[in-house]
Design a protein around this ligand. Structure first.
Ligand code: FES
Ligand code: FES
Length: 304
């Protein structure tokens, strides 16, 4: 593939400069959620069986994380008028990019892949297959979490002391399974990108943001949600604390705040104000402010 075509079909490319045979320095702008990032890296093309098969290798480093990706692409002749593009790819991410959560990154990867192959298909149909019936079929066999979306698994979760044997998709996040499959809607989803803490639950006693975990990863583990805090109609001390100290307004952040606080109080029965604030730094409250939330945790500490 020539560099002009490669630059044309690679999403967001603003610079492509050849540095050696089939190896390019590239700058691309990519949107991850609401954030636009500029990525600088190396693109290499390896022709395997010219012109039917090649690999596209991406090696990029940026302030927000690194990506190593390899996509093997094949162009097979199906009939005189029909060809099929298939591809199989794998990407490793690190740094802040990795912490954006599998779902977000998988969405970005799927969208970039789609753009790339749509452009490649257009390019092929405009050049090699000009004046023929262009009926290219894109088969997505990319080996990333999104292609396993159709696979399902039987798992067992011990939720609030009760066993649940359920079938979940490979890609299903624990937060979604709790809310949509088990109707435990006390676990809230505020961002889906592991920032807000509204989805925090206890897993084997530790506070975990359930949007950062695939449900299959929780197989066999004990999960406590906010629904499991009160006992026989008696509020848990942390619930009492939020009520007595006016630690909530809309209540959206409250379940996550309470689960994180319980984890803290299990480790430290008498935390200082700064220890409470530090423990809650991954939980955002958009309306109350944090003073009363801290008082609610102090109230619970006295009662526990
Ligand atoms: S929804 Fe999980 S951290 Fe915001
Ligand atoms: S009480 Fe509304 S977000 Fe915290």
């Amino acid at each position: 593939m020539d560099p002009i075509t490669l630059a044309k079909i690679t999403p967001g490319i603003s610079r492509l400069e050849i540095i050696e045979d089939d190896v390019y320095d590239a700058i691309a702008e990519v949107k991850i959620g609401p954030v636009k990032g500029s990525f600088k890296g190396k693109l290499s093309l390896i022709d395997k069986v010219k012109p039917e098969a090649f690999s596209l290798v991406v090696d990029q480093k940026s302030k927000i994380g690194n990506v190593d990706a390899k996509v093997d692409i094949r162009l097979d002749t199906v009939s005189a008028y029909e060809s099929a593009i298939s591809f199989d790819g794998k990407a490793n991410m690190s740094g802040v990019l990795a912490s954006k959560g599998a779902r977000v990154m998988s969405g970005v990867a799927s969208s970039l892949t789609k753009q790339f192959f749509t452009a490649l298909r257009k390019e092929i149909s405009e050049t090699e297959f000009e004046n023929t019936t262009s009926n290219l079929e894109i088969k997505n066999t990319i080996n990333q979490s999104s292609n396993k979306s159709t696979m399902s698994h039987d798992i067992e979760l011990l939720i609030n002391g009760k066993k649940h044997n359920i079938t979940v998709e490979s890609r299903a996040l624990l937060s979604n399974v709790l809310r949509e499959q088990l109707r435990l809607t006390g676990t809230h989803i505020g961002c889906d990108t592991s920032s807000c803490g509204a989805c925090t639950v206890l897993i084997d006693g530790k506070a975990i943001k359930s949007c950062t975990l695939l449900a299959v990863q929780a197989d066999g583990l004990a999960v406590t949600t906010v629904e499991g805090l009160s006992e026989n109609g008696t509020m848990h001390p942390i619930q009492e604390g939020f009520k007595e100290e006016h630690g909530l307004q809309c209540g959206f952040c409250t379940p996550g705040m309470m689960m994180t606080s319980i984890d803290l109080l299990n480790r430290n029965s008498n935390p200082t104000e700064s220890e409470i604030r530090e423990a809650l730094e991954g939980n955002f409250c958009r309306c109350t402010g944090y003073h009363n939330i801290v008082r609610a945790v102090q109230h619970a500490a006295e009662k526990m």
